[in-house]
Design a binder for this molecule. Sequence first.
Ligand code: HEC
Ligand code: HEC
Ligand code: HEC
Length: 413
Amino acid sequence: MFSLRNFLFSVAATTVLCAVSGLSARAEGTNSDLVKRGEYLTRMSDCQVCHTAKDGQPFAGGRPFNVKPFGTIYSPNLTPDKETGIGGWTDDQFVKAVREGVSPGWKHLYPAMVYPDYARMTPEDVKAIRAYLATLAPVHKEKPANTGVFGFGPARVTMVFWNLLNGPASSWPDDPKHSANWNRGRFIVEGPGHCQECHSPRTLTMAPSTSNAWAGNVADGWLAYNISSDKQDGLGNWSAEDLTSYLSTGHAPGHGTASGPMAEVISHSLRFLTKEDMAAAIEYIRSLPPRASAAIKAPSSTDQSSVMRGEAMFDGACAGCHLRDGEGRNTPFADLTGDHTARAPDGRNLLLLLKQGSNLETENGSVFMPHFGHGYDDQNVVDMANFVLDHVGKTKAGLTQADLKKFMEEAGE
Ligand code: HEC
Ligand code: HEC
Ligand code: HEC
């Protein structure tokens, strides 16, 4: 009873406090420096992508995260709605959730929310994010119930132990052996940018690996490629200009175009970085030690008849945008020269791209790659992918329907 009373009291107090702080935030106007800084950090952290459902209102939550085989977690509503959003929270409660993964009522968040990385931001940074979110229009939207293991409240207790093993560290002093620029880059890449969440292999407890960091990893079914300085498979042969172009526009001549989850990261987050911050992030990335990728399953030989069937379809379905040799037409984004996805022989991203399509937001509007889920059966999709690998990627092309099925399952489809 005692704790319940305390809890109710703190809820009431919170509501009053927030009503007051909400008023003052509005009185300052949306142009205050704090709100601007918060908007920039919100973009750098890519909060919107995870906290928006497909075709849903921005930041109103409801995007599913499939954690096989455990179940599905839905992201909550971050708009200032008092009942279904975070309108009733204090700044300190918000900071604790974002940096430590603990929501009001000692609700321990699952690391689908990347708080161990966000702990690199200071409490003041996170309060600026809150100030920005407080300027959004409240959206009344209940979060769908989590399923599987995540549907049980008690499962959250295990997070206490996960945090002891892998949880957020509280301070990250600059490394004096490196320049201020490099340290800024490390903050962006390992902190708000949370690149390792997709690009680093996982340890047994599902935390990003440090010993094999940046060597590539499957996230949402897609392979987030090796971005260490490995020359074979990583970024060892990318110049700083190549990286600037890829990360700020989604395309780099000679390296192709970002699609799928990486297109989302660029669309909503990276293309808004200042020139200075982009240069700092790239200086840091280029300093990452080389690591060999985990071996990927590549076929031993090319399925010639599949390639020939694919060739016949490619001319009608793809060549209009990509031209026959993949050099692209009308837009540089359709230029597949050097594209990793067109030459990775496991065909994972290629097959998922053909089934899901992809969308990239640019300065001049969105460019998209259509999906071929309708009107083309699975064998058609596999055949076209085999043609791309053989003809554009110049690699072994032996994909099968079983590969497609496996990748689709891993992508939660
Ligand atoms: C990679 C996806 C992802 C990103 C990026 C992300 N979140 Fe989350 N967030 C989630 C998920 C999933 C949950 C729910 C976790 C759970 O239920 O345990 C969550 C939970 C939260 C909560 C707890 C809300 C509640 O009702 O308990 C807050 C606050 C939050 N996120 C804020 C943010 C902010 C601010 C950012 C950007 C700085 C952000 N998130 C970026 C996925 C993400
Ligand atoms: C949500 C998961 C996710 C996050 C977060 C993410 N990436 Fe990626 N990244 C991917 C995927 C998937 C690909 C492959 C894209 C494709 O097939 O076109 C990729 C591709 C790349 C590539 C191109 C590699 C190549 O060989 O073509 C670079 C460079 C890159 N990411 C850098 C970054 C940086 C820097 C960050 C952090 C600021 C980051 N990524 C964050 C998923 C992610
Ligand atoms: C309407 C024009 C259009 C058509 C038709 C089209 N594409 Fe694309 N494709 C694009 C654009 C634009 C991009 C880059 C944008 C993106 O990936 O988000 C792209 C990207 C790609 C990529 C690179 C993806 C990556 O992650 O590196 C491959 C490979 C590809 N397409 C293959 C195909 C194949 C195979 C077909 C036919 C089955 C096809 N495309 C049909 C416009 C098109």
